[in-house]
Write a protein that binds this ligand. Sequence first.
Ligand SMILES: NC(=O)c1ccc[n+]([C@@H]2O[C@H](COP(=O)([O-])OP(=O)(O)OC[C@H]3O[C@@H](n4cnc5c(N)ncnc54)[C@H](O)[C@@H]3O)[C@@H](O)[C@H]2O)c1
Length: 327
Amino acid sequence: MAKILITGGAGYIGSHVLNLLGSEQSHEIIVVDNLSTGKKESLLYGRHEEFDICEVEKLSALMLVENFDACFHFAGSIIVPESVEKPLEYYENNTKNTYELIRLCVKHKIKNFIFSSTAAVYGDLEGGECFEDGPTVPINPYGRTKLMTEWMLEDVSRACGDDFNFIALRYFNVAGANVEGKIGQSSPNSTHLLKIACETACGKRDEMSVFGSDYETRDGSCVRDYIHIDDLAAAHIDGLKYLLKGGKSEIMNCGYGHGFTVKEVIASLKKVTSIDFKVVEGPRRAGDAAVLKSKADKIKSILGWTPKYDDLELIAKTAYDWEKSLK
Ligand SMILES: NC(=O)c1ccc[n+]([C@@H]2O[C@H](COP(=O)([O-])OP(=O)(O)OC[C@H]3O[C@@H](n4cnc5c(N)ncnc54)[C@H](O)[C@@H]3O)[C@@H](O)[C@H]2O)c1
C-alpha cells in the first residue's frame, strides 16, 4: 500500500483523480487543499488537511510524519486572463509554492511526483499539433508558470537521480464530469467552453460567445483537443503505477490527438440536451491559437494509457448532467 499526498484534491481534476485512486482501495491518501476554489463535497476519499501549501512549516511537518511515497500536485491558479492581470499572484501560487513543495519532497524523500502541466506551455504553434519535443513558447503568465515548473522538475530530477522522478502531464482541454455522476466541475469563474455552454443551457447565463469565426478551420472557429475528465484522471493513475515501478521522469501530452471546433462542441451540447440556447459570434480573443491538438503517442506507449470516453456527445452529456445538478 502506497501513501499518497494530493495537493488541490478538492478541485475539478484533483477530485476526479482522488475518486479513481480512492476507489482502488489500495492506497492511503491525504489531501492538502485550502478550498480556495475546491469544494469539500468533492472529497470522496482520503483525509483532508485544510491549509494553504504556502504554509511551508505545516507541509513539512505533515511530510515528516506521513512518509509519503508519491505526491500529485494539482493545487494552483488556472485562469489565463487573470494571470495576465495579476501575474505576481500566479508566479506566487504556481511557481513559488511549487518550488517549496518540490524542495520539501526532496528533503523528505518523496521520490515520485505527478504534476499538472498544460498545453498552454506550447503557445501559438504553427500548424497547431503539439509534440512534447517541439518548441514551448507560452504566450501568457499562466503558461510560463507551468513551463518554469517543468524546468524545475527536470533539473531536480537530473540532480537527484533515482531519488526523484516525475511525470508532467500537459493537459489539453479537459471537459465533462464523472461518468457515474458523483462529481464534476464546480470551480467558480471557469473559462472552459463546455462549462460556460452548460451554464447557458441551464439558464444560468443568458447567452454565450464564440470568440472568432474567421479562423482557417472547417467552420471558422478554433479547434481544440477535448479530453474527458475520467480519461485524464486514469492517466494520472497510470503515471503513478509507472513511477512506483521505478519509471523515469517524463513529460507527456494528455489529449486524444484530434480536435473539435468551438461550434461543433456547442452543436453537440445542443443535440444531447435538445436546448437551443443563445450563442453570439464575437471577435477573436487576443492570444487564441487557431488549432491546438496533442500528439498523443508518447503517453500511450510509455504509460499504456487507453482512453475510454473519446466521445464528444458523452463529454457534453456528463458536463450538462453535472451542471444541472448544481444549485
Ligand atoms: N482544468 C483544466 O482544463 C486544466 C488544464 C491544464 C492544466 N490544469 C492544471 O490542473 C490543476 C488543477 O486544475 P483544476 O481545473 O482542477 O483547478 P481547480 O481550481 O478546480 O482546482 C485547484 C485546487 O487547488 C486548490 N488550491 C489552489 N491553490 C492552493 C494553495 N495555495 N494551497 C492549497 N490548495 C490550493 C483549490 O482550492 C482547488 O481545490 C492546476 O494546476 C491547473 O493549472 C488544469
